[in-house]
Design a protein around this ligand. Structure first.
Ligand code: ANZ
Ligand code: ZN
Ligand code: ZN
Length: 810
């Protein structure tokens, strides 16, 4: 028997693993089936946190298991290294973002190595390196060629604190995602956009391909985010002019009930129609931050003094401007039908705008609308030639009429907007274009990539991108005419970096292309992606979009990058999310020092099913440490045992094979690692009980198999045990033990049966049989039946597996 010296064991193997770059390499020669395990790459914020430890423990356990199952496993790691925090830290601590980032990476890499995670470090990717970000630029140019990257003046979300533009997804409750109390303002800027909306339909359709492997909750979130809506666009006339106002409606069948047209405050026509006092009112409405919270918005609006003409019936209705009409959805203008729409009803009631019902229930008359609108489909009434039609038919026919007469058409609208990728920040990928006074916007030619991020910049955190204040970066020559020109000074959103890094892992040193299609193809789609549900929309949607663009460029063959997605729960302390501000962070380093990485891994896997939140509980960590210690001792004690009669061999082997069966099934069906570890604890208890009676051969066999079983969960201890019991390593390159169904079979149970408290027979029931099954057997037993002799049964009292007592009358 040997003591379990976790520090010594782990430091020793950690050094040996780190020194051997071949160890965790994907062989990639096609001799074995491939398996790609991918975990979301960390932002190098400084230190690993428990969320990382959990995410990477899950991934590492899976990777090691798949190695043992005989797969050629690709298990890479990298750094999502561009982004604002580096820049903010730089401003605060007077350190260069690059230096800050690189020293964080060095530290966190050490922590990952200390945890014993099995990564193929030769494939390490860091997104802030020119060798990586030049391909962001390359992709950007390909997207420009395809009109998928474009510039437009737009109102953008602006965080005064960050002094930068935010993507819609970075706005939470009207505030900046990084500054929870800083309201986001609106600014007009020329911005670069990626046309993700061109793929909206495919992003929805292709969900079929991943439905089986993704959490349905994530797909639902994406579906809602894309927000497809089928309806009609209709041009109202601006009375007294030949200008048109295009509205989007899902209920064109209600258009005879439209009693006003309402514009979004940002609509260009709003500015045109408002003068003097109205213009002041309009500006206030544009800047009003309460609009960012549509759920609780108090609907407000004002009449412009102008009128619109309904193209179906020539009716003239007033034009209003209201805060609840969104610019950026549909056409930014609506027809209000208060009789049949909730929001319109509320608004029109408030302002005394007339209410005209035009839809009746299928089985009732047209009702006066007084207290609530009738929002269902029904039969169209008071609508000229369309009267009498069911809503659905009217929608179709009326859309067709709009098209015929040139005042509209059927249309599909998405909530999804194009992806604004411009950032007025330093620490990101420079957008590879040049602005020439003569030629306009000129893409930087491929052979001039990368456009390098200069290192000598002044970071103020204010206003324009620091690159705009860097003359030697800014001033350049036009690639087209050779004249003086200026570089674009915006950098790319960091979500660009993380949209394709997992392709680069497969071919990380390629300097001709982002990757060679043939090299990458056999590894895709990724077999298993693991990460936080916080990325359900942003990162995962962008990655899906990027994959489709790469497919259309001819770089990849798959429509979808990730076949299976797993979203792990959070690590909490006493039910609360760990955070610096709450001061309840458990530091992984301290835990590793005290209990060892293996124990930390075991605990994070044991404490909860991986998809659920888990609570950090130090006494339960200690429990795992004791378990590992007992296991270590049992194996070292029994591996070279020489004594034992063998009377408990069958019993020990049965438990062993049952445990193999259980853990294998846990791995293959949704990773119930917590129950796997519980099964291992049970096995160890059974083995300790059986130990004295086990024969030397069986002791040795069980010791070896137990080592293999613990290997994916506690790799250091397993590797040490494997060497200690005289086997050749590494342990995770051994085959995962198979279970023998015969050996795993339970012995039958013998259960005594009593009648009125006296033993009258015995039944043989299977292990794990239910109370009901055991009662049924007892009541069918011939001896027992003979004794009951037809007398009525009052009740049956059963201690499952132990006793059945039948109480009869008489
Ligand atoms: C008239 C109407 C009558 C409408 C009716 C609905 C019911 P979804 O399904 O979410 O796509 N709408 C259109 N653009 C809007 C905007 N920019 N801001 C606010 N509301 C807008 O909703 C589409 C419906 O939302 C449209 O159909 C329009 O109101 C409103 F009985 O038009 B409807
Ligand atoms: Zn901010
Ligand atoms: Zn030029």
């Amino acid at each position: 028997e040997k003591p379990y010296n976790h520090q010594e064991i782990e430091l020793n193997w950690s050094q040996r693993w780190t020194a051997d770059p071949e160890l965790y390499k994907a062989v990639n020669d096609g001799t074995k089936p491939r398996y790609y395990v991918l975990e979301m790459l960390p932002y190098p914020s400084g230190r690993l946190h428990m969320g990382h430890v959990r995410n990477y423990s899950i991934g590492d356990t899976l990777a090691r298991y798949q190695w043992m199952r005989g797969f050629d496993v690709l298990h890479p790691m990298g750094w999502d290294a561009f982004g604002l925090p580096a820049e903010n830290a730089a401003i605060k601590n007077n350190r260069h973002p690059s230096e800050w980032t690189h020293s964080n990476i060095a530290h966190m890499k050490k922590q990952l190595l200390r945890m014993g995670f099995a990564y193929d470090w030769d494939r390490e990717v860091s997104t802030c390196e020119p060798e990586y970000y030049r391909w962001n630029q390359w992709f950007f140019l390909r997207m420009m060629e395809r009109d998928l990257a474009y510039r437009k003046v737009s109102l953008v979300n602006w965080c005064p604190e960050c002094a930068t533009v935010l993507a819609n997804e970075q706005v939470e409750n009207g505030c900046c995602w990084r500054h929870e109390t800083t309201p986001v303002e609106q600014r007009e800027l020329v911005q670069w956009f990626l046309r993700i909306t061109a793929y909206a339909e495919q992003l929805l359709d292709d969900m079929k391909q991943i439905e089986a492997g993704w959490p349905s909750q994530v797909l639902t979130m994406q579906r809602n985010w894309i927000g497809r809506s089928q309806g009609t666009e209709v041009d109202f006339g601006l009375a007294g002019t030949d200008q048109k106002i295009r509205v989007f409606t899902t209920r064109v069948d209600t258009i005879y009930g439209a009693t006003c047209v309402i514009l979004a405050p940002e609509h260009p026509l709003s500015k045109q129609l408002c003068e003097g006092a109205l213009a002041v009112q309009l500006k206030a409405m544009v800047d009003d931050q309460s609009r960012k919270d549509p759920e609780n918005l108090v609907k407000e609006g004002f009449f412009t003094g102008h009128y619109a003409v309904n193209p179906y019936n020539g009716a003239t209705v007033p034009i209003w401007i209201a805060n609840f009409v969104l610019w950026g959805y549909g056409t930014g203008a609506i027809m209000a039908v208060p009789a049949h729409d909730e929001r319109d009803f509320e608004f029109c009631t408030k302002y005394g705008i007339s209410i005209v019902p035009v839809i009746r229930p299928v089985d009732g008359p047209l009702a006066i609308i007084a207290t609530e609108p009738f929002t269902e489909y029904g039969i169209v009434e008071n609508s000229g030639e369309w009267s009498g039609l069911p809503s659905a038919d009217a929608r179709k026919l009326m859309s067709a009429r709009a098209k015929e007469n040139g005042f509209g058409e059927a249309a599909i609208t998405y909530r999804l907007k194009d992806w604004g990728v411009s950032r007025q920040r330093y620490w990101g990928t420079p957008i590879p274009v040049v602005h020439c006074p003569a030629c306009g916007v000129v893409p930087v030619p491929d052979d001039q990539l990368p456009v390098l991020l200069p290192s000598d910049v002044e970071l103020t955190g204010q206003g324009k991108s620091p690159l705009a204040n860097h003359p030697s970066f800014l001033n350049t020559t036009c690639p087209k005419c050779g004249g003086p020109a200026q570089r674009e000074t915006d950098t790319m959103d960091t979500f660009v970096d993380s949209s394709w890094y997992f392709f680069r892992y497969v071919d990380p040193k390629n300097d001709k292309l982002p990757f060679t299609p043939e090299t990458v193809q056999p590894w895709f789609p990724v077999d298993q992606y693991i990460g936080g549900v916080t990325h359900a929309i942003l990162h995962l949607l962008y990655s899906r979009f990027w994959c489709k663009v790469m497919r259309d460029i001819g770089l990849v063959k798959v429509d979808e990058p990730f076949k299976n997605l797993f979203t792990q729960g959070m690590v909490q302390l006493n039910g609360q999310t760990m955070s610096k501000s709450k001061g309840n962070i458990v530091d992984p380093d301290e835990m590793v020092e005290k209990y060892g990485a293996d124990t930390c891994r075991l605990f994070t896997l044991f404490a909860a099913p991986p998809e659920k939140n888990m609570d950090w509980n130090e006494s339960s960590v200690e429990g795992q440490y004791r378990f590992l210690t007992r296991l270590f001792k049992w194996v070292t004690r029994n591996a070279d045992a020489t004594e034992g009669s063998g009377e408990t061999d069958a019993q020990a082997l049965r438990k062993l094979h049952q445990t193999i069966r259980k853990i294998t099934s846990d791995f293959d069906n949704r990773w119930h690692f917590n129950t796997s570890i519980a099964a291992l604890m049970e096995l160890l208890n059974a083995l300790q009980a059986a130990e004295a009676g086990m024969s030397p051969a069986v002791r040795q066999e069980v010791a070896a198999k137990l080592t293999l079983l613990i290997a994916p969960f506690a790799p250091y201890a397993a590797e040490e045990l494997w060497a200690t019991i005289g086997r050749t390593g590494p342990v995770f390159r051994q085959s995962w033990p198979a279970f023998d169904p015969e050996l795993a079979k339970e012995e039958a149970l013998e259960i005594p049966v009593q009648v009125n408290g006296k033993l009258r027979g015995r039944i043989t029931a299977a292990h794990g049989s239910t109370k009901e099954e055991q009662e049924a057997l007892a009541l069918a037993d011939e001896k027992v039946l003979a004794f009951i002799a037809g007398r009525p049964i009052v009740k049956v009292i059963t201690l499952p597996g132990k006793l059945v007592n039948i109480v009869i009358k008489g």
